[in-house]
Design a protein around this ligand. Structure first.
Ligand SMILES: [Zn+2]
Length: 326
């Protein structure tokens, strides 16, 4: 299997990126056949590490199994963040995943975003997969951006292609926040948001696993999800089996969960991925002496995606991320 490893350097210490290119052997391609091109990126948030493990696990698998096309793998887009266990780029404390397509003359993070964007665009990908991590208590899911920047004539085809690829991951598929909040949170300037809206190419974010260490089961989940999407493009043979936590139906979108109105200890009362009706109990707030201060209920039908990674809550804090029917 032809594999090349290269470095993208910004000339600034610590911001070099590693790029690994894997191409299917030419003899396996039919004459004139051009295989799909897929970019797999990990660790744009430097404290979200499961994708780093998934890239390392994918390398020998794809060495053996890649049938067609080319896969470009970036084990980390934020190497300093990986070193420092930091979501943001440590040099200037910016969220790299709100800066694409970046700025060649901007801040260190904007220059890094520009370098990544220039490199990713140059591959003319058919699909970009970005690997992230939600909270430890969460179901894994495939997240789809809002196609706010696409022309109406093009929008349906790109959106349905991204949705089909998300389904082929075997994971629960969630749409992003509604369009007004999607824009307000600058998610159109995330890597996948910019790929979808500027390159007009399908993009899928995978969220899985605990953040700071490589949990073997979570790495498996992400690896299988990527292979499932490569299968959908005809690049590997076996499809991804549906993940045991997958919630079908929907379409679902992610939203902030119900908020605490009391201050106290957050006691979750439901596991992520369990379908709930409006009014079902999600969590309790208790005092340190055990008194029940508040019961928090689901506001709509849906399910908890992830439980808040906290025990002490104050009024106004969402107790979970929730998926509700689109
Ligand atoms: Zn992230």
């Amino acid at each position: 299997m032809p594999r090349t490893v290269s470095r993208i350097s910004l000339g600034s210490r610590g911001l070099d990126l590693t790029l690994i290119t894997l191409s299917a052997p030419a003899e396996q391609r039919r004459a004139g056949e051009k295989g799909p091109v897929v970019v797999v990126a990990a660790n744009v948030h430097g404290d979200e590490c499961t994708g780093v493990g998934a890239v390392l696990r994918l390398l020998p698998i794809l060495d053996a199994l890649l049938l067609r096309g080319t896969v470009y793998l970036y084990p980390t887009l934020n190497p300093e963040g990986l070193e420092r266990r930091s979501r943001k780029v440590p040099e200037d404390d910016q969220d790299l995943n709100r800066l694409f397509p970046g700025d060649a003359a901007g801040s260190p993070s904007e220059r890094l975003a520009h370098a990544v964007w220039t490199d990713v665009s140059a591959h003319t990908p058919d699909l970009v997969i970005d690997l992230h991590t939600d909270a430890p208590a969460s179901i894994p899911y495939a997240l789809l951006d809002r196609a706010t920047g696409l022309r109406p004539g093009n929008r349906g085809a790109v959106e349905s292609s991204a949705r089909a690829l998300g389904v082929s991951s075997g994971l629960t598929v969630l749409h992003e926040y509604p369009e007004d909040r999607y824009a307000r949170y600058r998610l159109d300037r995330s890597l996948t948001g910019a790929v979808l809206n500027r390159l007009q190419v399908p993009a899928v974010t995978i969220e899985a696993g605990p953040r700071l260490y490589l949990d073997s089961a979570a790495v498996d989940t992400v690896t299988n999800a990527v292979l499932g999407m490569l299968h959908a493009l005809g690049m590997v043979e076996a499809p991804a089996a549906p993940h045991p936590t997958r919630v079908d139906g929907g379409p679902w979108r992610r939203d902030s969960g119900p908020r605490a109105s009391a201050t106290g200890v957050l006691v979750p009362r439901v596991a992520p991925g369990v379908l709930l009706a409006a009014g079902d109990l999600v969590a309790e707030i208790r005092s340190l002496s055990g008194a029940l201060l508040e019961e928090i209920h689901a506001e709509t039908e849906g399910f908890v995606v992830s439980l808040a990674e906290r025990t002490h809550v104050v009024a106004g804090v969402p107790v979970c991320t929730f998926a509700l029917r689109e």
